[in-house]
Design a protein around this ligand. Structure first.
Ligand code: GLN
Length: 203
């Protein structure tokens, strides 16, 4: 059966994620209410502003139900602000900023600094087999990086060049996947395909 993957539709590139998920063979549906959250096999948390998404999750009474589903093992992919929301620990967060948690990492918000607010680079990505010969083009927009990973977390991609070389920008912990960058804007759906596979494997 086709996997149904929700996209948290409070802020961010909902349509672009839907297109990439469908291209990867899943059914994509927006999620704004708990009933919609209950009906999905996996969830994408798009980029945006993690502080705003945090507030909207509370306003829509989704924060606790989503945290509960994460604890139960809901496969979830967080991009950029979505990565921050999945992280157990945040450096450079706003006052009072909370995260859903579940991913045993420390992320640094807006890590690449003001001069490199947004940049693009090519990456090899573990779990995407052809990404060594055909690197993934990664678009970073005021992105976080992963500063520390717990023992259960695998680093899947690192910045390869420039001042941030070596920084971890993609991780996986069981059914949780997170990237600092925005694969939904490039037309390359390999990260989404990997996530769809994670969702299928966990069903
Ligand atoms: N800087 C944003 C934050 O802290 C994330 C940016 C993004 O998602 N593109 O939430």
């Amino acid at each position: 059966m086709t996997a149904t993957i929700g996209i948290l539709a409070l802020q961010g590139d909902v349509r672009e994620h839907a297109r990439a998920l469908e291209h990867a063979g899943a059914r994509a549906v927006p999620v704004r209410r708990t009933a919609e959250l209950e009906a999905v096999d996996g969830l994408v948390i798009p980029g945006g502003e993690s502080t705003t998404i945090d507030k909207l999750l509370r306003a829509f009474e989704l924060f606790e139900p989503l945290q509960q589903r994460l604890r139960e093992g809901l496969p979830t992919y967080g991009s950029c602000a979505g990565m921050i929301l999945l992280a157990d620990r945040v450096l450079g967060g706003a006052e009072g900023q909370q995260t859903l948690g579940g991913l045993d990492v420390t992320v640094r918000r807006n890590a690449f600094g003001r001069q490199v607010d947004s940049f693009e680079t090519d990456l090899a990505f573990e779990g995407i087999e052809d990404s060594v010969e055909d690197p993934l083009h990664a678009v970073f927009i005021r992105a976080p990086w992963v500063e520390e990973v717990g023992p259960e977390v695998t680093a899947l991609a690192r910045v390869e060049n420039g001042p941030a070389a070596g920084r971890i920008v993609a991780v996986r912990q069981g059914p949780l996947l997170a990237t600092s960058f925005h694969p939904e804007v490039t037309g390359d759906s390999r990260v989404h395909r990997l996530f769809v596979q994670i969702v299928r494997d966990s069903r």
